[in-house]
Write a protein that binds this ligand. Structure first.
Ligand code: PLP
Length: 411
């Protein structure tokens, strides 16, 4: 039993929580910028960013101010009434993207759920219902989004799944061309597969998908839940590709840590949803929208966006330097501050071991699949925090290499 004098422990997780996660052995209690502290006072440099969420780091004054000011005014009223923060946020998103209309939700999965439902409704009116998605993609954990995702491990236990979803290999335009036809209502794609291994889509692949959608009347959905809101150094990754989607989904960094998601689309497609077709209790509530509005305004400046690229290069250069000493990575890929260091085949399956050693050394990193160490830090992480975090990572990698049974031959 937890009492006030005894703070919760990691054992409480196993006792009280449904075991769908396996969190680290320590409990974080405080954050400031890209630094975090655990219950025992140990500090960590945060390259995980709450899985690409904490775009302004922890406890950023701009986000805190928006939260407190709105918290003292109006938290929630339900969608029978609109509110000022959501209207401001919708206008911000429309003013700075291809979109004319926004639907707000609470998460990335819900934003994608809205996108897929809209595409189905539009398609069905023309007798087309197939959705084309890609192997290894990730779109969330609702039944529709695990079915759209290209990782069977997330959907295999939940049959029957929503049907009419066809998966083909990512970055394989010929394979996509073979299945996108008059029956296709939508193609859903991540501009960079995040969970699937920080794997960027080729520009020609995305351009080809755009053309195939135009030729067949299918909608092109970009899932920018992980790549959006400055993560790649552009406001949205599509802006780097020369391809404009019909629907875009965004979440994660949008609220800087406060849960919010959104589906963006054009007037033409938005008008196919009528009152009552879709909905949510919390989506676009004043509290979430006020925080997201402040975070969005802060990030959407040339300084912050170009800063993402500078920071990215600093991390990449330093990772290459570490790799000179301990050559465990085959490549570093990704864009902006969504980077993946891909392990050489000799270390296949061991990304998680590096994450654990890194946290022991005081730096938080993520995996993306079994073989990729992923970095998704604050977009405004300082140079000192980057350097300190990578020093700690280098120590973790030194220990990792020393632990390998055949360390000398593995390169
Ligand atoms: N889409 C992509 C590309 C993601 O990376 C994620 C989460 O990792 C999601 C959708 C699901 O977002 P959420 O966990 O907020 O539902």
């Amino acid at each position: 039993m937890t009492t006030q004098s005894n703070p919760p422990t990691r054992q409480d997780f196993d006792q009280y929580m449904v075991p769908v996660f396996a969190p680290a052995s320590f409990i974080l209690v405080k954050g400031d910028g890209a630094k975090l502290w655990a219950q025992d006072g140990k500090d960590y440099i945060d390259f995980a960013g709450g899985i690409a969420v904490n775009a302004l780091g922890h406890a950023h004054p701009v986000a805190v101010k928006a939260l407190i000011e709105q918290g003292q005014k109006l938290w929630h009223i339900g969608n029978g009434y609109t509110n000022e923060p959501v209207l401001k946020l919708a206008k911000q998103l429309v003013d700075h993207t291809f979109a004319d209309k926004v639907f707000f939700a609470n998460s990335g999965a819900e934003a994608n759920e809205a996108a897929l439902k809209l595409a189905r409704k539009i398609g069905l009116a023309k007798g087309k219902s197939n959705i084309v998605a890609f192997d290894n993609s990730f779109h969330g954990r609702t039944l529709f989004t695990v079915a759209a995702g290209g990782q069977p491990k997330y959907s295999k236990d939940f049959a029957p799944l929503p049907g009419g979803i066809i998966h083909v290999p990512f970055n394989d335009l010929a394979a996509a061309k073979a299945v996108i036809d008059e029956q296709t209502c939508a193609v859903i794609v991540e501009p960079i597969q995040g969970e699937g291994g920080v794997l960027p889509a080729d520009a020609e692949f995305l351009q080809g998908l755009r053309q195939l959608c135009d030729d067949t009347g299918a909608l092109l959905i970009f899932d920018e839940v992980q790549t959006g809101v400055g993560r790649t150094g552009a406001l949205y990754a599509y802006m780097n590709t020369g391809v404009v989607p019909d629907i875009l989904t965004t979440a994660k960094a949008l609220g800087g840590g406060f849960p919010i998601g959104a589906m963006l689309t054009t007037d033409e497609f938005a008008s196919q949803f009528a009152v009552g077709d879709h909905g949510t209790t919390y989506g676009g509530n004043p509290l979430a929208s006020a925080v997201a509005g402040a975070v969005f305004e802060f990030i959407n400046t040339p300084e912050v966006l170009s800063g993402v690229k500078t920071r990215s290069q600093r991390i990449i250069d330093r990772l290459h330097a570490i790799n000179q000493t301990y050559p465990i990575f085959e490549t570093v890929r990704g864009q902006g501050l969504l980077l993946g260091a891909v392990l050489k085949p000799a270390y296949a399956g061991k990304a998680k071991d590096i994450v654990t050693l890194a946290s022991e050394e005081g730096v938080l990193v993520l995996v993306a699949g079994l073989n990729v160490v992923r970095f998704a830090p604050s977009l405004i992480i300082s140079d000192d925090e980057i350097d300190e975090g990578l020093n700690r990572l280098a120590r973790a990698i030194a220990r990792f290499v020393a632990n390998q049974p055949n360390a000398n031959q593995a390169n």
